[in-house]
Each structure stands twice: as structure tokens, then as C-alpha cells.
Design a binder for this molecule. Structure first.
Ligand SMILES: [Zn+2]
Length: 84
């Protein structure tokens, strides 16, 4: 399967096999930098997570069970306007 780029804002996946738009299993590798902030008691708060690199390995359609026909499409109609 061809490598897929990480989704940009306003994009979504679509399965060309069955037309599914909503449910995918995504395996990705993410390299992050973060600030580990421990309390005196030892509880960890992970803060300021910064994504340094992200690579999509596989995208699998939940309905078909394979990822042979996954495409990236624009999903501008799905953009939600924040309600003020
Ligand atoms: Zn499908």
C-alpha cells in the first residue's frame, strides 16, 4: 500500500471500496517532544506535547477490513463553525 500523508486540516479518508467515510483503523508513528511534570506524589502530567514527525503506516476500512482503496478527500462540508 502506498504511504499516506498525515491528514491536513479539512481532509478526511474515504474508502473507494465501499464508500465509507467514518470508521478507519489508523496505524501511525508519531515522534513527539513533551514536558513531563511529576507531582511530589509521583503522578505524571504530560504537557506541551509537540509533534516532531508523524507518519501514517496503514489506514484500514472498518467495513471492508482492508486498506487497498483508501483515498484522501477534502471534507470542507464537515468543517464545524465554532459557536460563540
Ligand atoms: Zn471500505
Amino acid at each position: 500500500m502506498a504511504d499516506l500523508e498525515p491528514l491536513k486540516a479539512g481532509q478526511r479518508y474515504r474508502c473507494k471500496g465501499c464508500g465509507a467515510l467514518t470508521r478507519f483503523d489508523v496505524v501511525k508513528t508519531t515522534r513527539t517532544k513533551s514536558f513531563y511534570h511529576f507531582t511530589i506524589g509521583g503522578a505524571l502530567n504530560e504537557e506541551d506535547v509537540e509533534v516532531l514527525a508523524e507518519a501514517i503506516e496503514t489506514v484500514t476500512c472498518r467495513w471492508c477490513g482492508h486498506g487497498k482503496d483508501i483515498e484522501v478527500i477534502d471534507a470542507l462540508e464537515e468543517t464545524e463553525t465554532p459557536t460563540q
